[in-house]
Ligand binder design. Structure first.
Ligand SMILES: [Zn+2]
Length: 354
């Protein structure tokens, strides 16, 4: 898809307190025609343990919908769900869970052409409304696949407030990444390797601004969770409108991909890896990182690489790998080639300022 083709927007975006308790009423308000259609709920075993009551309630609200516990967040799992959906003439898929569940459910709905309702239990990244699904393909190797965005997104603010803090911090990281991503996108456009879509650019900028300049700093407050939810959804829609991930993904994401693909033993979430990448990316871009540093401090989001088990050597190697991990993606890394001394300096600054 490119920026000249059409894009889709969700019909429903509800961000409400206890939204999961009346999801059927929300859907009835926006898309009444799908009420009563055969529905499949996709979640995960451990989430079904934690949220048993809520998921059962949603199932009965949607005509006794079957609840399916998915296994791996893989291409094969998505295809097998899609097969079930087609064969059993299921018309609606509801995904209830974190990124793994939502990506698998989104892709299954995409292939089977079912209506997809996205109900996140945590806000760890902007994939909930993006036109992509990241799935395992062969073994643990993962690929980003083009996908249709959800028809409806229902965020229960109470659910998110009670989700593990690390998940929310990851969502913040993925939002702050838009700062360096947009800079890189402009750079790529100047070099003629990409084109800026103004509306997608503005949407992504607003997504960043709403969280970065938010007066409410308490991550457990309803106001903050509402703002973060909308920011992540807007990021996803910016990608849908641009027809690429460029409005939300630049050199800081290349760094995160280098960790994900080359250092699978480093236990760090996508959003936190991306946050870690924003400080060096900012410096490479010639921007002052002090605003971001103080923002991360305010939210107690650690950008000390050593706190994630990343040594100086690994840090330097990750940036080296980041250069080649997505060939064709022009970022500031084309302009700069920091040496070990500079990278060590940045590493230590991040350690001290975290
Ligand atoms: Zn991301």
């Amino acid at each position: 898809m490119n920026q000249h083709t059409r894009f889709n927007l969700p019909i429903c975006l509800a961000v409400e307190e206890d939204a999961f308790f009346h999801s059927d009423e929300i859907i009835k308000r926006y898309i009444p025609e799908i009420i009563g259609q055969k529905t499949l709920i996709i979640s995960e075993e451990f989430l079904m343990g934690i949220y048993k009551e809520k998921i059962c309630d949603i199932s009965s609200d949607f005509g006794g919908a079957e609840i399916y516990a998915m296994g791996s967040a893989s291409f094969d799992e998505a295809v097998s769900i899609a097969k079930k959906v087609c064969v059993e003439e299921i018309k609606v898929i509801i995904g209830i869970g974190g990124g793994r569940v939502l990506d698998t459910a989104k892709y299954a709905a995409h292939i089977s052409k079912a209506v997809y309702i996205c109900m996140p239990t945590s806000l760890s990244n902007d994939s909930l409304a993006s036109p992509f699904a990241v799935l395992e393909t062969y073994g643990k190797a993962r690929k980003t696949l083009d996908c249709k965005i959800p028809t409806a997104i229902i965020v229960d603010t109470n659910m998110i407030i009670n989700a593990p803090q690390e998940q929310t911090l990851s969502g913040i990281g993925d939002t702050i990444a838009k700062h360096t991503a947009l800079f890189d996108w402009k750079l790529a456009a100047e070099k003629g390797s990409d084109k800026i879509d103004d509306f997608a650019y503005a949407l992504s900028r607003m997504s960043f601004d709403s969280v970065y300049h938010c007066d409410q700093k308490d991550m457990k407050s309803r106001v903050f969770i509402r703002i973060l939810s909308r920011a992540l959804v807007m990021g996803g829609l910016a990608m849908e409108i641009a027809g690429s991930s460029r409005p939300c993904s630049g050199s800081e994401h290349l760094f995160a991909h280098a960790i994900e693909e080359h250092y699978p033993d480093i236990r760090i979430t996508h959003g936190l890896a991306v946050a870690l990448g924003t400080i060096p990316a900012c410096i490479f871009q010639g921007q002052d990182p002090s605003g971001l540093l103080s923002f991360y401090r305010t939210h107690s989001l650690s950008i000390d690489p050593s706190s994630y088990g990343i040594s100086e050597e690994m840090f330097a190697d990750m940036w080296e790998k980041a250069r080649t991990i997505r060939p064709g993606r022009v970022t500031v890394l084309e302009n700069v080639h920091p040496d070990r001394v500079q990278l060590n300096e940045i590493y230590h600054r991040m350690k001290e300022e975290a």
